[in-house]
Design a protein around this ligand. Structure first.
Ligand SMILES: C[S@@+](CC[C@H](N)C(=O)[O-])C[C@H]1O[C@@H](n2cnc3c(N)ncnc32)[C@H](O)[C@@H]1O
Length: 282
C-alpha cells in the first residue's frame, strides 16, 4: 500500500466513525508514524509502506476510530508553541486556554511575579508562564497526583522545573495559609455533571472526569475560588479564570457577590466570552 492509498482508505474509515476532519487526522497519524512533517507526506504519496508500517498505522487509525483523541495517540500536543506530553490523567490542553496563558504573561511582564496555577493538569499554563516570564515564580496545584507527575515531567522537558513548585491537594488546602500571589490563574472543571454524558466521545470517554466535572451547574469551582482566593492574593493582585461558553454572566455574578471587581471579560477566537479578570481592590 502506498502513502496515498493508506491516507485515502483510512480517511474513509474515520469518516464512517464520525471523526471530525478525517483526512487531516489520518495525515497527522501517518506523519507521526513516519516521523515526518505532515506536508512531507505530499512529496511521498507513491512511497510504499512496509508491512510493519502498515500494521502500526492500522493500529493507530483503529484507536482514532474508537474516538481516542489524536493527542493521546501521538502522546503530546503543542500549547503556546511548547511541547506538552499528554496522557489519560490530565485534560488535553485546549487552544482557548492559550488565551488565558497569554493574558497571564501580559500581566506578568518582566516583573518578579508570583503566580498560582490552580488545577494545573498537564502543567500547560504554569509552563507557558514560567518560560515567558523568566523572573516569575509559579506554584501549580492539582488534586490528582497523576496529573502532577505529568506536569512535573512537562516542566522538566521545557526546562522550567526549578521555577515551578508543584503541590497536591484539594482546592486551596494544597497551599500553606500564608501563601500570597500576584496572580491566580485557573481553568477549573466547568461542565455541569449531567452534561458530561452528552459530550463528544473524545472528551466524555478520555479526558479525566475530575478535569471536567464542575458540579450540578458547572459553577462549583468558581464559587470556591471566588470565596476562598482572597486571602491568597497580594494587594494589587489579580485573578484570571477560564470558563465555558455561556457561563460569563453567572461567573461575573459569583465574583461580584464575593466583592471582586470584574475588570474584563475576554473573548476567544470565535468571539465567545471565555476569560474573566478580576481584582479585589481595582
Ligand atoms: C479543566 S482541567 C485544567 C487543566 C489545565 N490547567 C489546562 O488548562 O489544561 C482542571 C484541573 O483541575 C483539577 N482539579 C479538579 N478538582 C480539583 C480540586 N478540588 N482541587 C484542585 N484541583 C482540582 C483536575 O485534576 C484538573 O487537572
Amino acid at each position: 500500500m502506498t502513502v496515498l492509498e493508506a491516507i485515502q482508505k483510512s480517511a474513509e474509515f474515520l469518516a464512517k466513525k464520525n471523526v471530525e476532519s478525517p483526512r487531516l487526522q489520518t495525515e497527522l497519524l501517518l506523519a507521526h508514524l513516519l516521523k515526518m512533517p505532515r506536508m512531507k507526506l505530499y512529496l511521498n504519496f507513491e512511497r510504499a509502506l512496509s508491512p510493519t508500517e502498515t500494521d502500526a498505522f492500522r493500529e493507530l487509525v483503529k484507536r482514532r476510530g474508537q474516538r481516542e483523541p489524536l493527542q493521546y495517540i501521538v502522546g503530546s500536543t503543542s500549547f503556546c508553541g511548547f511541547e506538552i506530553l499528554v496522557n489519560r490523567h490530565a485534560l488535553v490542553p485546549r487552544s482557548e486556554t492559550e488565551l488565558l496563558a497569554e493574558e497571564g504573561w501580559k500581566f506578568f511582564g518582566k516583573n518578579k511575579t508570583t503566580v498560582l496555577d490552580f488545577g494545573t493538569g498537564s502543567g500547560c499554563i504554569a509552563i507557558a508562564l514560567a518560560v515567558k516570564c523568566p523572573n516569575g515564580k509559579i506554584v501549580a496545584t492539582d488534586i490528582s497526583p497523576d496529573a502532577l507527575a505529568l506536569a512535573k515531567e512537562n516542566a522538566g522537558r521545557n526546562n522550567v522545573a526549578e521555577r515551578i513548585e508543584f503541590l497536591q491537594g484539594n482546592g486551596f488546602a494544597a497551599l500553606s495559609a500564608d501563601s500570597k500571589f500576584d496572580l491566580i490563574v485557573s481553568n477549573p472543571p466547568y461542565i455541569p455533571s449531567a452534561e458530561i454524558e452528552t459530550l463528544q466521545p473524545e472528551v466524555r470517554d478520555f479526558d479525566p472526569r475530575a478535569a471536567l466535572d464542575g458540579g450540578a451547574d458547572g459553577l462549583e469551582f468558581y464559587r470556591l475560588i471566588a470565596a476562598q482566593a482572597g486571602p491568597f492574593i497580594k494587594t494589587g493582585g489579580k485573578i484570571m479564570v477560564e470558563f465555558g461558553d455561556g457561563q460569563a454572566e453567572a461567573i461575573r455574578k459569583i465574583f461580584e457577590d464575593e466583592k471582586w471587581i470584574v475588570e474584563a471579560v475576554k473573548e476567544d477566537y470565535s468571539q465567545r466570552a471565555r476569560i474573566l479578570i478580576a481584582s479585589l481592590n481595582g
